[in-house]
Write a protein that binds this ligand. Structure first.
Ligand code: NCD
Length: 358
């Protein structure tokens, strides 16, 4: 099978796996797809339509939106969709992920694995190991898409977030001033922003989180290295007092399942610092929007439900965009889209070999 273009066969392990130009291409194509979908136009140019392409959904951690949007996007494409069930597989017999993936890879002519696991860096490691195996046996290399790996990254959420910001700004990519609020320590969607926000020519980031759940220093310095202006506050209240606030607020929930006991014991206090209150409504800038990768906590959401029917609600539209961006991402890595890509592509930096034993 020949490679159609530079995007085909690409693994998406981190947001930086697409160059800035490649991300812009993804957003342009997603806009075209969404417009065609809304107006009842021709969707065939976006559809992979290849029964020889196996898409495997391997979600070893819980998921609703990411899994369902990928499942629906795969159905749109008219390919062979397979949903791997870890709860009744040999995983329970301590089989390694490499062995499982190798077996599934053997079943199809072409494969895309969409994976959510606790194992950070798993997609990059599998790309290397399975890539070498495929080469050895003369097969097309499988693609791995990271649907969230522990506390590390969540590139496809990042792409839908950036698409949503652009859409809200009428496709103006000159500048963004965004506030990142909540659990910035464990929230992988925020970590991917250190590279994803580079699509804007000038970037200002306000970090709002108590010290215990603040953004890890490595991501903060990555933002600074990327030329972002970064400022920090420990609570929404302190942020509002500063008087210089963003109109684009990106919330994340407290990731209790990833916290140690010491931090979890302070849940109430931490939650209070990053939960929006009604009395602050009048301080919000005109045209302000709230975003959230979701899910929200049923009883104690950081964006309270009284905001659902207000113009601040940007999160519902954001979540729908997950479907459109993922349709296009699959079409890109499958070689269906990309022939008209013009720009600077991604130059891979070869990493040290890694092995997965889990
Ligand atoms: C996020 C995730 O799983 O990282 N959700 C998502 O993918 N839509 C955020 C979260 O779990 O808080």
């Amino acid at each position: 099978m020949s490679i159609a273009n530079a995007l085909q066969g690409r693994t998406l392990a981190t947001a930086a796996d697409l160059s800035v130009d490649e991300q812009r291409y993804l957003y342009r194509k997603t806009r075209e797809l969404k417009e065609a979908w809304v107006s009842g136009g021709d969707l065939a140019p976006f559809r992979i339509s290849d029964p020889d392409l196996n898409i495997y959904l391997m979600f070893l951690e819980d998921s609703t939106r990411t899994k369902e949007s990928f499942r629906n996007a795969s159905k749109f494409h008219d390919v062979a969709l397979n949903i791997f069930d870890p709860s009744s597989s040999s995983f329970k017999k301590h089989e390694s992920l490499v062995d499982t993936v190798k077996m599934l890879f053997g079943y199809g002519r072409r494969s895309i694995f969409i994976m959510r696991t606790k194992m950070e860096g798993v997609c990059r490691a599998l790309e290397e190991q399975l890539g070498e195996y495929a080469e050895r046996i003369g097969r097309e290399k499988p693609v791995f898409i990271n649907a969230g790996d522990g506390r590390h990254e969540h590139p496809t959420q990042e792409f839908l977030d950036e698409f949503t910001f652009l859409e809200q700004r009428g496709w103006d990519d000159s500048h963004i001033h965004v506030a990142l609020i909540g659990d910035l320590q464990h929230g992988r969607t925020v970590h991917s922003k250190a590279d994803g926000l580079k699509i804007f020519h000038s970037v200002r980031v306000d970090l709002v989180a108590p010290r215990e759940i603040s953004l890890p220093a490595s991501y903060k310095s990555r933002m600074e290295d990327n030329g972002f202006e970064v400022r920090e506050w420990e609570s929404i209240e302190a942020y509002l007092d500063s008087g210089d606030i963003s109109d684009c607020w990106y919330f994340t929930r407290l990731q209790l399942e990833r916290m140690g006991d010491e931090i979890r014991e302070r849940e109430t206090e931490l939650r209070r610092a990053v939960t929006f209150q009604k009395k602050w409504l009048e301080q919000m800038p005109e045209n302000a929007r709230f975003y959230h990768p979701l899910p929200r906590h049923r009883e104690k959401p950081v964006i309270p439900s009284f905001l659902d029917d207000t113009p601040l609600n940007g999160w519902d539209g954001q979540s729908v965009n997950g479907y459109f961006t993922r349709v296009v991402e699959l079409a890109m890595v499958a070689g269906k889209l990309g022939d008209d890509f013009e720009g600077i592509g991604f130059v891979p930096a070869r990493k040290k070999k890694s092995f997965i034993t889990e």
